[in-house]
Each structure stands twice: as C-alpha cells, then as structure tokens.
Design a binder for this molecule. Structure first.
Ligand code: GLU
Length: 482
C-alpha cells in the first residue's frame, strides 16, 4: 500500500452511541469527549447515534437531555443524531441474510428449556450456555415448528475457535472459543439485540474506530463474529478503563453525583468539566492541568490513555472549575451567577461589587449564594471553637471594641481609611495582625472566610458594619477569660 496516496488512508470516523435510559453519566461523557478529541485531532468525523431500541427503558426526555448536555459541553457532532429505532428494517434485512446463508438459525427453545440448560450447567460447575439444540434442525423440522406458530429467536453460529483483537488501549485480548455461546441476534418479536444493531450500524456508518467504555470488552468478540458472518470489515477497538470512586469501586451515586446535569446545575462550567474529563486517566504534565479545548485537540493521542482505571477526584474538578471561573470577565460571571441568586432585592451595582470581590472564593457558581449571604444576612458566629479560642487571647476584645468605637466616627467609610485606622489601633495592642483581622472578620461577617476585609466593610457600609460588630460584642462581652 502506498501511504502517500491519500485514497488509501481511510478518513477516521468515530461514533458516540448513548442509550437514552437516563441522564448522561460522567463515564459516558468521558467516552464522548475521547471520541470527539480523537475525531478532531485526526480531521475525522464524529457521529452521534442514539441507541434507543430498548423501548421499555428509552425515553424522549433522556434523548433530549443527552443532546442538550452534549451541546452544553461543547461536543458537537458532524453527523446524526441517528436513531436506531428508525433503522429496525435494516437490521431485520441483515438477520434474514444470515438465516439464508445459514450463519444463523432459529431457536425454538422455550424459557423453561433454557432455564433447564442453565441449571444443568450450574450443577456441573460450568458457565451457563446454550446447548445447541436448534443449531442443526433440518428444513422440515423448522417448517413444522413454524407452521405450529412456535415463537423463536435467531441465534448466530459462533465460530468454535478463539476470537482475538488488538485493543488500541488495552493491547491484545483473546476470548476462548469454547466459552462463546451462540448469541441471540433477534428476539422472538423480531427486534435485533444490542450487539447486532451496534455491529450493523458501525459497519454501515463506516466507523473506523470503536472507542467506548471497558464494560463493552466482552461484547466485542460477539460483534466481531457478526462482522465475520456478514463479511464486513472489522473496525479497530479502543476500550477506555472505568472511572472509580474514592473506594476504588465503580463510580456510582453512592460516591457522588454521577450525572453531568447535576454538575451543570451546581455551577460547574462546561469547559472545566470537559478539561477535567479529558485529562482523567490521560498521561499529562501534572503541573499543567488547565488546558484549553484547542490544545487538548492539538495534542490528543489515544495511546496516552491509561490501561488501568482512574479515580474520580471531585476536589480536582472543583479546582479546575475555579480556574475557569477566574478567567471569566465580570459581565459573563454575573450573567451565569444570576440563576443562583434568590435575593432579587440586590441592586445590579452591588451585585457586581460583591461578585468582583468574591471571585477568589467562588469555586462553583452556586458559591455565589454564600458570597451574597455575607452581605445580606448576619448572624453572630456563636459556639464556634475558633472564635472562642481567639476571644480567649489577651486584649482581643479590647481591640475590637476600640476599633468599633473609632469607625463610628470615621467620616469617609472607605477601605483606605478603614485600613489606616485599623493599623493605627492595632499598633496600640500587643496582638498579632492575623488575629486582629480575623476577629473583625468574625464580628462583621459572621463567617470565618470572606473577601478582603476592608473591601468587605466598605461594601457593607458604615451603619451595617457598626450594627453587626455591636451585636457580636454584646454576645461575647462577658466571656470569661481562662
Ligand atoms: N449504547 C451503548 C451504551 O450506552 C454503547 C454501545 C457502544 O458504544 O458500542 O453503553
């Protein structure tokens, strides 16, 4: 083959093929991202295919949600969405072909018979499998059973030899022939099974690389057998290892939210989620965790995906999110934050000031509630061991009282004047700067973290600051020193 001849180099085509039976899971989103990056990095085509043949579990809501979330994540597709439910006749025609070529056969065994076979295998300590009863029925027997109206499924004659493939992530994988059962490719109502529709679609859609979760490894030999039976070209496979929770079991709702929409609703940004999931289990410089989508595409290399499972780390995701929040301009941040603001009395001007001051504390957009609450709600921070410890130190209360008395007379209540006043008063006391700042923070905000103190006081305003510090002093004035 002449590699310089472009005609010989197949254009890369990949697909993301979610089953619309719920929300988009973190693991599925990662699969979508890997497919997307691989397609973009190789100038290929990314296809969206909705695998909705399971009529009982697939819902329109789930389809809409998956499509919306993919768009929100910035994962756009070049072809599709194709819907498997609209392609049933295509699958049926291929099932017919296989029956005609004798690569598949009708299985008339009843549920009871299959159950019996299962029990016999179990008794012998063997893996349950079909005993091949209907594999060699002759045309007359088949006709008889059909004439009686006996329901049947269609099974593929699995080759009695090993099936192997070179997985682009996991390396060579071999399945022993004797363990491969004659799989059902059509149910008794004529609908195709998952493995069958997937194989037909991947072949007809000219998919070159099937990139999906590791949970599909065991389906791959079945799909290869289907390609072989139909003489179809086999794509390359890449199975992405699972995402685990902190206890190293498969990530589930027991660990944390698993649906991307939950993260969206809490105020994670799409680019941050994309960035985090693209780097999860992907070999990269640990000093460089914040990478734009363009750079991720430019440097994407499938072989950098780890062979072993990766652990989901909510703290890292949150940190990456905070970095993306810092990059937003204030107008965008205000716009995005509005969804989280319950207090509609606040003026646009005040909101802008609060958000500008609080950006370093906002790790996810819903943190904005807490940031605003500092300015709109106040409660004395009681029963807090840190506060009590600080108040036990010498001169702290005296310092706070003096500061409070003096700000009452401060003409121009701005941060420069507040800071100058603070410095001059603190110098009169034998206390640490950190303690002095912290006691004013506790007293004026009712919190142990806040935006920079003097900016916060300025924004609270003179009357409110005085009122709050007074309440705090009244609460603690009589505290006993040890
Ligand atoms: N529809 C399958 C799923 O959601 C994916 C099939 C595949 O990627 O081959 O798990």
């Amino acid at each position: 083959m002449n590699l310089n001849n472009n005609k010989d180099i197949k254009k890369i085509r990949v697909r993301f093929a979610p089953s619309p039976t719920g929300s988009l899971h973190i693991g599925s989103a990662r699969t979508a991202i890997v497919n997307y990056l691989f397609a973009k990095a190789n100038n290929g085509t990314f296809i969206l295919r909705i695998e909705d043949t399971d009529v009982l579990r697939s819902t329109k809501d789930s389809i809409d949600e998956i499509i919306n979330i993919l768009r929100w994540l910035g994962i756009d597709w070049d072809e599709g969405p194709y819907f498997q439910s609209e392609r049933l006749e295509i699958y049926k025609s291929f099932i017919q072909k296989l029956l005609e070529s004798n690569e598949a056969y009708r299985c008339f065994c009843s549920q009871e018979e299959l159950e019996e076979m299962r029990k016999i295998c179990e008794k012998r300590g063997e893996i349950p499998r079909y005993n091949g009863k209907c594999r060699n029925l002759n045309p007359k027997e088949i006709k008889n059973l059909l004439d009686q109206g006996k329901p049947y499924t269609v099974r593929l004659k699995m080759p009695q030899r090993d099936i192997s493939f070179d997985d682009l992530i996991k390396g060579k994988i071999v399945f022993r022939g004797e363990l491969l059962d004659d799989i059902i490719i059509a149910r008794s109502d004529g609908t195709p099974t998952y493995n069958f529709s997937v194989s037909i679609d991947d072949a007809l859609m000219n998919i070159t690389h099937v990139i999906r979760g590791e949970d599909h490894v065991s389906n791959t030999p079945k799909q290869i057998a289907i390609y072989n039976a139909l003489g179809l070209e086999i794509p390359q496979f890449a199975h992405i290892p699972l995402i685990l929770g902190p206890d190293k079991t498969k990530l589930s709702k027991r660990h944390c939210d698993t649906a991307i929409e939950d993260y969206r609703d809490k105020g994670y940004l799409p680019d941050a989620i994309f960035n985090y999931l693209a780097l999860l289990g992907y070999s990269h410089d640990p000093q460089n965790e914040v990478i734009s989508k363009d750079d991720l595409i430019k440097n994407f290399d499938l072989s950098k995906i780890s062979k072993s499972p990766s652990q989901f780390d909510i703290n890292k995701l949150t940190w990456i999110n905070s970095q993306y929040i810092k990059k937003l301009d204030i107008e965008t941040l205000i716009e995005l934050s509005k969804k989280y603001i319950d207090n509609l009395d606040i003026t646009e001007e005040k909101l802008e000031k609060i958000i500008s001051l609080s950006t370093p504390q906002i790790k996810i957009l819903s943190d904005i509630r807490e940031a605003i609450a500092i300015f709109t709600n106040y409660e004395v921070l009681k029963n807090n061991p840190e506060v009590l410890k600080l108040l036990n130190k010498n001169e702290i209360m005296e310092f706070l009282k003096k500061f409070w008395c003096n700000i009452k007379n401060l003409e121009n209540f701005n941060k420069e004047n507040l800071e100058a006043l603070y410095n001059s008063i603190r110098d009169e006391f034998n206390i640490k700067n950190r303690d002095a700042i912290q006691i004013i923070r506790y007293a004026s905000t009712g919190k142990n973290v806040s935006p920079p103190l003097f900016d916060t006081l300025e924004l609270l305003g003179k009357d409110e600051s005085i009122k709050r510090i007074k309440l705090f002093i009244e609460e603690f004035e009589n505290i006993k020193k040890d």
